[in-house]
Design a protein around this ligand. Sequence first.
Ligand SMILES: C[S@@+](CC[C@H](N)C(=O)[O-])C[C@H]1O[C@@H](n2cnc3c(N)ncnc32)[C@H](O)[C@@H]1O
Ligand SMILES: [Zn+2]
Length: 284
Amino acid sequence: MKPFPFPLFLRCPRCGSPFTAVLGALRCDRGHAFDIAREGYVHLALRSRLVANADTAPMVEARLKFLSAGHFDPLTRALAQHAAEILRDQDPARCVLDAGAGPGHYLAQVLDRVPDRLGLALDLSKFAARRAARAHPRIGAVVADLTQPLPVMDGVAGLGLSVFAPRPAQELWRVLGPGGALVAVTPGPRHLGELIDRIGLLTVDTRKESRLRERMKDLFELRAVDTIEHPIEVSRTEASALIGMGPNAFHLGPEEVERRLQALPDRMELLASFRLHVFMRVAR
Ligand SMILES: C[S@@+](CC[C@H](N)C(=O)[O-])C[C@H]1O[C@@H](n2cnc3c(N)ncnc32)[C@H](O)[C@@H]1O
Ligand SMILES: [Zn+2]
């Protein structure tokens, strides 16, 4: 069994007390215990009413397969570059926290760039946590619900990542320490537009970015916005993975997805378009 790497960053979701690692579990000062799964992640989400939003096993696998092919590497490089700059003068004991980490692809690449840091991958999907636990030796993966108080101690993170995931501004502010920053990525307005048009998928919500700024504005100062845009060439199989890893998989049945995919050419060129926002935590 892979031991859970760093319980000190975490707190009990029932009572907020710190954890100690005991054999195969994390136990808080008041005796609440949470098993560490064989695969090395720990489940700290108390209520599962939102499991409907969590990525399923096929979605996680589709995401990992697509990301591993390197199509979004320019985004990965930009994240790693910002991470190195943000963390340069910070206490190395503070971790990198990825909120809604999925299979841990981006967090793992960021950790490669900042070799003295540990990473926490939070996600509501146990399938994602299972993958993230294996994505890098310095990742600790936790099943946690971003709509609830986070099972993370105050101020332990120097950098937060939020890539296409829910953003609880108040809780991110709490777990980031003074001088901490959040790097948040939203899809650009034309992200994968050709695929969306050809298959009739859900379109990107154009108000995402303004909503993000509105949500963060009292707790964080927007320091920089980068646009990362480049063409990618994908096979029909990869287009299928792109569809499988997104919300369309929820709203179209697998047969309908398959039918629409058959109408695509063997290879097609798409535009990948991201907006990367650097938010600095402000003192209150
Ligand atoms: C679009 S995926 C992005 C994953 C990853 N950041 C990436 O880009 O590869 C969104 C992720 O948010 C997770 N998620 C959705 N609702 C959540 C919640 N309430 N709490 C924690 N994670 C959640 C899903 O399970 C999924 O892994
Ligand atoms: Zn407790």
